[in-house]
Design a protein around this ligand. Structure first.
Ligand code: NAD
Ligand code: ZN
Length: 712
C-alpha cells in the first residue's frame, strides 16, 4: 500500500503540477481503484495523507497561494451501471431516513428507488404527479481543470486553481485574459461575495492549431487538450496565457455572501443556481438535463456517450448531482468528494502503450502511409494493435520514435491514431524514423519512392509494376478514355489479379493472344461464359495498335490527364521518345509545366515501368502516332478577336475552344491579331480589322481553323 501510495503521489505531481502525465487516466484510475480496494479491506491502514483521502496535489510555490474559503473537492467515480444504481439507492435510503423523501418507498417490495419521489422540488408545474425517483441534474464532465473565481461587489478579484482542495495557486492575471470570464458580473443584483466554480478547457480544434504553432516554433507539442489547457493557464507570464484559446464553463459555486457577511442561498436547486449564474454572464454547463432515478441517468449517459465525438471539446464522462440543495446538505461529504454527486466515466478514449515499430502500407495509388505497430492496448472499447501515423510530416511533427511510450486515441468510430509520445519515458536510443527509399510491397515491388515537391504524400513510382497499384492501374488502363476495353470490369480485374493471372498490362495482351488458351480460361470466370470471353479477347486485340495518346493516358502517370497525354503524344510522336525525354524536353510541349514534366520523368525513370513498356512491345502492342500534325496545336501562338453573335457557338464556348486549340482570345484588334471572327451585329472591330489588314472570318472559318484544316 505504501508503494502504491508513493506511485500515485508521483503521478499526481506529474499530472497536476507539471501538466505532463506519464500514464493514461485509465491506468491511473486503476491504480487508485487498487489502493481503494486494499484500504477497504484494511481500514486500519488508511493514512490521512493517502491519495484516497486528499484532492489533487499541493500547489507549486512559484505562484502565490490562495486558501479557498470553501474547499474544492473531487468527485466520486463510477464506471459501471451497478455503481450508478448503488449511488441512487444510497441516496434514496438516506433521504427517506431524513424525511426528505416519502411515498411507497416504505413498502420494501415496491423497490425504494422506483417508488420514491422528492418532496417540494422540481418540477414545479401543477401538471400530473412527477414520475417517481430522486431528481438529479446530469451534466458533462469536462476534461479540463477546475478553477474558482471570486467576485466582490460584482468584480473579479481573484482566481485560483483547485490545488489540493484547501489551497490553490493564484492565477488571477491569467484568468483575466479569458474572454469567457466576465470581469464584472452582468446586472445590478450581484451579491457582495460570489465564488464561481467551473472548468477551464480548450476545444480540440483550438488544441490542434495551438500544437501546429508550437511545433512551427520548435516548442514541444502538448499531449492532449487537457494538458494544453492546464499548461496554458498555469503560466508565469500572463501574456502567454492571453494567446491561448481557453474557455470557462461554470458548474458550481463556493462562498456566497451578502454585504453583512451572511451566507446567501439564492435558489433552492442546483439547476436553479446554474440559471442564476448564467444570468451574471457565465457560460454554464451546456447539454445538462434533469433526470429522475437511475434509469434516466443511465439513458443520459448512453446518449451523451454515443455522441460525444461531435462535441467540440473532450468530456471524460458525465456528472450526476442531486438537484435539491437541502437534500445535498443532508447527504454531505466523504473525505474528498460530495456524497450527492457522482462522476460516471466513459471508457477511456486515450491509452498509453509502446510503439514497437512503424510499418509502411502502400495504397492503390502508390501513396505510402506509415502505420504504428503497437503493443496491444484496450482503448475506446476495442483492442488496438496498430494506428495510423498519416504521413512523414506528421511523424516529424509529433516526434514519435520507435520504442516510445505513446498516447493512442480512439474516439467514437474514428480510426485509432497516435497522439504523441510521452517524452519522459523515451529510451535513450530511440531512432528517428525515416520513410523508406524503396517501395515496401513485398520483395516484389522495390520500386523507388519519391515525394514530389510541395506534396505531403510519399509515393511508389512503380505505377505499372507495383503489386499494390495493380488493380487500380489495370482498371484505369481499360477505362473508356484510355484503351477503352469493353467487357473488362473491375470484378474481373480483381479476379484476374488475385489469381495471379495478370500482373501488368502486358499480361492482359498475353491472355488475349490467339495462340494461347486465354479465351477458354476467361470463359470459366464467374458471369463470363464463352461469348463474353470471346468478345473480351476481341476487344483487347483491337487495342494492339492504340493511338499513342491513349496508351500514354492509360499508363496512369500522375498529373497526366487526357489532354496532357494528347499534347505530349503529338509532340513526341513515339513512346520511346517520351520515355527518353528529359524534363527540359518535356517542358517544350505547350501547356506542360514543371509538375507534369517531373511526374512523367519520374515515371519513366523507374526501371520497372520501362520493363512493362518493353513487355508491351514484345507482345505486339504498336502505338500509332496521333492524327493531328506533330508538334503544334492548330491555333498555337495565334491571337483571335471575337465580335458579334455567332450562329451556333456562344461566346464562352468559342473562347474555350480557341484556348483548347492553343490560341488566345483578345478583346481588342491590333497588328498582332491573327483573325477577327465576326458574327451578326459585329461592331467597330470590323472597321479596325479592315484598317490594320487583319483577316476576318465567320464561324465556319473558325471551325475549320479549330480542325486544323486551313492555316495562313
Ligand atoms: N494520468 C495521470 O497520471 C493522472 C494523475 C492524476 C489524476 N488523473 C485523472 O484525474 C482524475 C482525478 O482527478 P480529480 O480529482 O480532478 O477528479 P475527477 O476529474 O475525476 O473529478 C473532479 C473534477 O471534475 C471536474 N468536472 C468536470 N465537469 C464537472 C462538472 N460538470 N461538475 C463538477 N465537476 C466537474 C472538476 O474539475 C472536478 O475537480 C483521475 O480519475 C484521472 O482521470 C490522471
Ligand atoms: Zn510499389
Amino acid at each position: 500500500m505504501d508503494a502504491l501510495r508513493a506511485d500515485i503521489e508521483a503521478h499526481n505531481r506529474r499530472y497536476y503540477v507539471e501538466d505532463a502525465p506519464s500514464i493514461s487516466d485509465a491506468q491511473y484510475d486503476q491504480l487508485m481503484a487498487e489502493l481503494q480496494a486494499l484500504e477497504t479491506a484494511h481500514p486500519d491502514w488508511v493514512t490521512p495523507d493517502s491519495p484516497t483521502q486528499r484532492v489533487g496535489a499541493a500547489p507549486l510555490d512559484h505562484f502565490a497561494s490562495v486558501t479557498h474559503a470553501v474547499r474544492m473537492l473531487s468527485l466520486g467515480n463510477a464506471f459501471e451501471t451497478e455503481d450508478v444504481v448503488a449511488f441512487d439507492e444510497r441516496i434514496v435510503a438516506t433521504l427517506i431516513e431524513s424525511g426528505l423523501l416519502s411515498g411507497a418507498a416504505a413498502d420494501p417490495d415496491a423497490g425504494a428507488a422506483q417508488a420514491a419521489h422528492v418532496q417540494g422540488t422540481l418540477p414545479l408545474s401543477d401538471g400530473p404527479a412527477p414520475p417517481p425517483g430522486v431528481a438529479y441534474v446530469a451534466e458533462y464532465k469536462f476534461d479540463g481543470l477546475a478553477v474558482s473565481l471570486r467576485y466582490e461587489q460584482g468584480r473579479l478579484v481573484q482566481a485560483a486553481t483547485r490545488g489540493d482542495g484547501a489551497q490553490g495557486e493564484d492565477i488571477t492575471v491569467n484568468i483575466r485574459t479569458l474572454r469567457s470570464v466576465p470581469l464584472r458580473l452582468r446586472g445590478a443584483d450581484a451579491p457582495a461575495v460570489l465564488e464561481v466554480r467551473g472548468e477551464v478547457l480548450m476545444t480540440r480544434a483550438d488544441f490542434a492549431r495551438l500544437n501546429e504553432a508550437q511545433v512551427a516554433r520548435g516548442d514541444k507539442p502538448f499531449v492532449n487538450p487537457r494538458n494544453a489547457a492546464a499548461g496554458s493557464l498555469r503560466q508565469l507570464d500572463p501574456r502567454i496565457t492571453a494567446t491561448r484559446p481557453l474557455r470557462f464553463y461554470a458548474y458550481g459555486w463556493g462562498l456566497i455572501q451578502d454585504a453583512a457577511g451572511a451566507p446567501l442561498q439564492p435558489r433552492a436547486s442546483h439547476s436553479g443556481m446554474l440559471d442564476w449564474l448564467a444570468g451574471f454572464g457565465f457560460a454554464v454547463s451546456p447539454g445538462r438535463a434533469l433526470c429522475r432515478g437511475a434509469s434516466e441517468l443511465l439513458r443520459f449517459y448512453e446518449t451523451v456517450g454515443a455522441s460525444r465525438a461531435n462535441l467540440p471539446y473532450d468530456i471524460d464522462g458525465v456528472v450526476y448531482k442531486v438537484d435539491d440543495l437541502r437534500a445535498q446538505e443532508v447527504l454531505g461529504f466523504v473525505a474528498r468528494a460530495p456524497r450527492f454527486a457522482l462522476a460516471h466515466k466513459f471508457p477511456a478514449q486515450e491509452e498509453t502503450t509502446r510503439l514497437i515499430g512503424i510499418d509502411v502500407q502502400v495504397g492503390r495509388t502508390g501513396a505510402l502511409t506509415p502505420v504504428a505497430r503497437l503493443q496491444p492496448v484496450f482503448v475506446g472499447g476495442v483492442t488496438v494493435t496498430n494506428a495510423t501515423l498519416h504521413n512523414e510530416d506528421e511523424i516529424r511533427r509529433k516526434d514519435v520514435r520507435i520504442g516510445d511510450t505513446v498516447v493512442v486515441r480512439r474516439a467514437g468510430d474514428v480510426i485509432p491514431e497516435v497522439v504523441g509520445p510521452v517524452l519522459a519515458l523515451r529510451p535513450a536510443d530511440a531512432p528517428v524514423f525515416d520513410l523508406l527509399a524503396v517501395c515496401p510491397v513485398c520483395p516484389e515491388c522495390g520500386s523507388a519512392v519519391e515525394r514530389p515537391e510541395g506534396e505531403a504524400i510519399t509515393r511508389c513510382t512503380g505505377g505499372l509494376f507495383c503489386p499494390a497499384q495493380r488493380k487500380q492501374t489495370l482498371w484505369h488502363a481499360a477505362s473508356r478514355k484510355a484503351l477503352d476495353i469493353d467487357g473488362l470490369g473491375d470484378k474481373l480485374i480483381e479476379q484476374l489479379v488475385d489469381n495471379g493471372k495478370v500482373h501488368t498490362l502486358a499480361d492482359l495482351y498475353k491472355l488475349a493472344d490467339p495462340s494461347g488458351g486465354g479465351e477458354l480460361e476467361l470463359s470459366t470466370y464467374p458471369r463470363m461464359g464463352a461469348k463474353s470471353a470471346r468478345n473480351l479477347v476481341e476487344a483487347i486485340n483491337e487495342r494492339r495498335s492504340p493511338p499513342l495518346s491513349r496508351l500514354l493516358y492509360a499508363l496512369g502517370i500522375r498529373h497526366v490527364g487526357e489532354t496532357t497525354a494528347r499534347d505530349v503524344a503529338r509532340h513526341f510522336g513515339a513512346i520511346e521518345a517520351i520515355m527518353d525525354a528529359s524534363e527540359e524536353d518535356l517542358l517544350q510541349v505547350p501547356d506542360v509545366g514543371p509538375v507534369v514534366a517531373a511526374s512523367i520523368r519520374r515515371f519513366f525513370a523507374e526501371a520497372h515501368n520501362r520493363e512493362v513498356i518493353a513487355d508491351l512491345r514484345a507482345v505486339g502492342v504498336e502505338p500509332q502516332a496521333d492524327a493531328a500534325p506533330v508538334g503544334e496545336k492548330p491555333l498555337a501562338g495565334k491571337t483571335l478577336v471575337l465580335t458579334g453573335t455567332l450562329p451556333t457557338l456562344s461566346r464562352d464556348e468559342a473562347t474555350r475552344r480557341v484556348l483548347a486549340a492553343g490560341g488566345k482570345v483578345s478583346g481588342s484588334v491590333s497588328r498582332k491579331t491573327a483573325w477577327v471572327v465576326a458574327g451578326e451585329e459585329a461592331g467597330s472591330k470590323l472597321a479596325k480589322a479592315a484598317e490594320l489588314g487583319v483577316p476576318v472570318i465567320d464561324e465556319a472559318g473558325l471551325l475549320a481553323l479549330l480542325d486544323g484544316v486551313s492555316r495562313s
